[in-house]
Design a protein around this ligand. Structure first.
Ligand code: SF4
Length: 364
């Protein structure tokens, strides 16, 4: 058997793929074969259901000490465009969130503010928990958690435990980018390392904090580095079982130094869908694969449902980070629209809570 024959046989049978298998399937570029295998894998994991949720995003600050070339969101301290959400403004957001019917999840990610103390972030979580007692709080990337640990001199476990005690339920899973040190040196040299990112996730899973995982592709990484990244996630999942879902982020180059220096263009729909299918096949132990419509656009997110994705994420309401990098998508969507997109793809829409349990009253 040749390498590609073995890879195709494994993909079709739902067997675990090696790095060489994944590379061979990528090179072969048989998109519809990958779609069929990924759809079969999705249906083994979640049947005919495709999930969506009612959520809200909050970005607490855009002032960042990391200055990553990949980023269009951050500004440096002292920049007039910088903001920090005051606790009073947070209360106003929470009052409007309380009025959202069926709100399941609040998602909070931010920049690494050089001066805002850790106590501010703990207070934010406490206030969200007080205002929305039944809502899942998914907050802070591992990059932010590492920053809190460095700022306070506390361990990762201590930071996560304090946030958990304040009401944190999960980590949304961003900031992973590509684990290769070569790539990180170019795209985010000051950010937490891959080992730190993985260590935060391992610790979180040990504390019973559910998390997502992610990868940002389509910049200066090689295809091999993408699959090495996925295999590192798969290895940790074998160890802990704590990743609930995986998200793929195509890089949006607009307004970034990285995009400008390397003359990067946003990858096309073919690449998005090929990576979606291959992620479903490589990450055979992660139950859910999100097609995050804000990043992908609505048409590609809907098509991704034929390439192994089983979750369109949520209604969102507001998003600043990806839109700073030129995303043309809206900042919110109704659940009726999400449900209609899922039905059109031939699947059954299921409004979920943060644990992927169906909630009553979904737009079916
Ligand atoms: S990607 Fe995150 S850590 Fe890097 S500059 Fe932007 S906000 Fe800061």
């Amino acid at each position: 058997m040749t390498t590609i024959e073995r890879a195709r046989a494994r993909a079709e049978a739902g067997e675990r793929l090696s790095l060489e298998d994944a590379l061979a399937l990528y090179e072969e570029n048989d998109l519809l074969f990958l779609a069929a295998c990924a759809r079969a894998a999705k249906e083994r994991a979640s049947g005919r259901s495709v999930f969506y949720t009612v959520n809200r995003h909050i970005n607490l600050t855009n002032v960042c000490s990391s200055n990553c070339p990949l980023c269009a969101f951050q500004v440096e301290a002292g920049d007039p465009r910088g903001y920090v959400l005051s606790l009073e403004a947070l209360e106003a957001r929470l009052a409007s969130a309380r009025a959202v019917p069926g709100l399941s999840e609040v998602h909070i990610v931010s920049a690494l503010h050089p001066e805002e103390p850790f106590s501010y972030y703990v207070e934010v979580v406490r206030r969200v928990r007080a205002a929305l007692p039944a809502v899942e709080i998914q907050a802070f990337t591992p990059v932010e958690i590492v920053n809190f640990a460095k700022m306070t001199g506390r361990s990762i476990e201590s930071i996560l435990s304090l946030l958990q005690a304040a009401g944190l339920d999960g980590l949304p899973g961003g900031g992973a980018e590509i684990f290769s040190p070569r790539v990180r040196e170019i795209i985010c040299p000051k950010k937490a390392t891959a080992a730190e990112w993985l260590a935060v996730m391992r610790t979180a899973h040990g504390l019973g904090i559910r998390t997502n995982a992610s990868m940002m592709y389509g910049h200066v990484e090689t295809v091999r580095e993408r699959f090495e990244h996925l295999l590192a996630l798969r290895d940790l999942q074998d160890e802990t079982g704590g990743f609930q879902a995986f998200l793929l982020f195509p890089f949006h180059p607009a307004h970034t130094r990285l995009g400008e220096e390397y003359h990067l263009q946003r990858v096309g729909a073919w690449e998005d869908l090929k990576m979606m299918a291959l992620s479903r096949l490589v990450l055979d132990n992660v139950p859910h694969l999100k097609a995050f419509w804000v990043m992908l656009t609505l048409p590609i997110a809907q098509l991704a449902l034929g390439f192994g994705a089983d979750d369109l994420d949520g209604t969102i309401g507001e998003e600043k980070i990806i839109h700073a990098a030129g995303a043309q998508t809206g900042t919110g969507i109704t659940k009726a629209k999400l449900a209609a997109m899922i039905r059109e793809a031939g699947y059954e829409p299921v409004e979920r809570d943060a644990r992927y349990q169906a909630v009553a009253g979904g737009a079916r």
